[in-house]
Write a protein that binds this ligand. Structure first.
Ligand SMILES: [Zn+2]
Length: 142
């Protein structure tokens, strides 16, 4: 059995997705987790070529992304607009983003999708600002 510790050591304790430092303790966003590049539910194996170590934040954010490439594209998008790491399950926003980038979407709908994503980023920004002001605020949701 390949453990998250073995994978993390092989990656010099850097997350496969964000490159951030990982640890085993305490639990939290930076904790190392065992990640399947192709999810097991889509036929991904438990062999080394399908396993990486990823931080908890990235692992949670990847959610139901089937392909690591789609998740990477989503993450780049979030980094560009300052909404990384996402505070909630990104499925809805991710789907919206990926769809808006697809050729099937017409211009009008793409514009609507962009507006919704901007609104989401503003909301996350407000939550972050509240946390920056008050360390006693509730922990961020991962
Ligand atoms: Zn990460």
């Amino acid at each position: 059995m390949i453990t998250q510790r073995m994978l993390a050591e092989a990656q010099n304790w850097r997350c496969a997705y964000c490159g951030g430092a990982m640890r085993t303790w305490p639990k939290g966003p930076a904790m190392a987790t065992r990640e399947h590049l192709t999810p097991r539910s889509f036929g991904g194996s438990d062999k080394t070529d399908n396993l990486v170590a990823a931080c908890e934040a990235c692992n949670m954010a990847r959610g139901r992304f089937i392909s690591p490439e789609a998740f990477h594209a989503f993450r780049q998008h979030c980094l560009a607009d300052g909404s990384w790491p996402p505070l909630t399950e990104p499925r809805g926003a991710a789907r919206l983003h990926l769809w808006a980038m697809s050729r099937r979407a017409d211009k009008q709908r793409q514009a609507e999708a962009r507006e919704r994503l901007k609104a989401r980023s503003r909301k996350i920004g407000k939550i972050r600002a509240a946390h920056a002001r008050d360390e006693r605020a509730e922990p961020l949701e991962w």
